[in-house]
Design a protein around this ligand. Structure first.
Ligand SMILES: [Fe+2]
Length: 185
C-alpha cells in the first residue's frame, strides 16, 4: 500500500511542482513590485498578470475539476475555499489588465492582488499534499495541462531547466531525475 501511495505521489509531482514554480515566480515579482519605483511597477505587474492568467486558467479549466472529483469528501470544503480565492484572483487580473497605471485605483488594486495571491498560495499549500495522494489519471492530466499551457503561452514549456515534452511519461521521468538531485522545495 505504501509503495502504491508513493507511486501516485511521484506521478502527481509534476503538476504541483509546476504550480509551485509559478508561486515562487509570483512571490519574487511581488517582492520586486514592493521595492521599486512607481515608473517600474507597471512592467512588473504585466509580468505577474501573464503568469497568473495561465496559472488560473489551467486550474479552472483542467486541474481543479479533476482534483475535485478525486479528493476525499473531508477536503471538499478546503477545495471550495481554494476555488473561491482563485476566482477573486482571476477577477482582479481581468480588472488590472484593462486598467491604466495612471488610474487612482491602480496601486490599491495591485496591493489587493498581491494579498489575494499570497492567500491563494497559502491555501494551495494545504491543498497540494491532499491532491497528490489521490488516484486520478495523473499522466493524462499532465499531458492535457502541458498541451494547454503551451497553447496559452505560445512557447515551449521549461521546468527546472528541463524542456517539457508533451509525452507525460517522459516529462515525469525528466523532472523526477532533476528532483532526485535537489533537496527540499
Ligand atoms: Fe496557485
Amino acid at each position: 500500500m505504501a509503495n502504491q501511495a508513493q507511486t501516485i505521489e511521484a506521478r502527481a509531482t509534476f503538476i504541483t511542482l509546476m504550480l509551485r514554480e509559478d508561486h515562487r515566480n509570483l512571490r519574487q515579482l511581488f517582492e520586486q513590485f514592493d521595492n521599486t519605483t512607481m515608473t517600474k511597477k507597471p512592467e512588473i505587474v504585466r509580468e505577474a498578470l501573464a503568469v497568473l492568467e495561465v496559472h488560473t486558467r489551467l486550474k479552472e479549466e483542467l486541474i481543479y475539476p479533476a482534483w475535485r472529483e478525486h479528493v476525499h469528501e473531508q477536503s471538499l470544503d478546503l477545495m471550495d475555499e481554494v476555488r473561491e480565492t482563485l476566482h477573486i484572483v482571476h477577477a482582479l487580473v481581468n480588472a488590472l489588465k484593462n486598467m491604466d497605471p495612471e488610474d487612482k485605483r491602480y496601486e490599491s488594486m495591485c496591493t489587493a492582488l498581491r494579498d489575494q495571491v499570497t492567500h491563494h498560495i497559502n491555501e494551495e499549500g494545504k491543498m497540494f499534499p491532499l491532491a497528490e495522494q489521490t488516484d486520478l489519471d495523473w499522466e493524462r492530466l499532465t499531458t492535457h495541462v502541458v498541451q494547454r499551457r503551451q497553447s496559452l503561452e505560445q512557447k515551449p514549456l521549461w521546468l527546472l531547466g528541463v524542456p517539457v515534452i508533451v509525452n507525460a511519461r517522459e516529462t515525469v521521468r525528466a523532472t523526477r531525475a532533476v528532483l532526485s538531485g535537489r533537496s527540499g522545495g
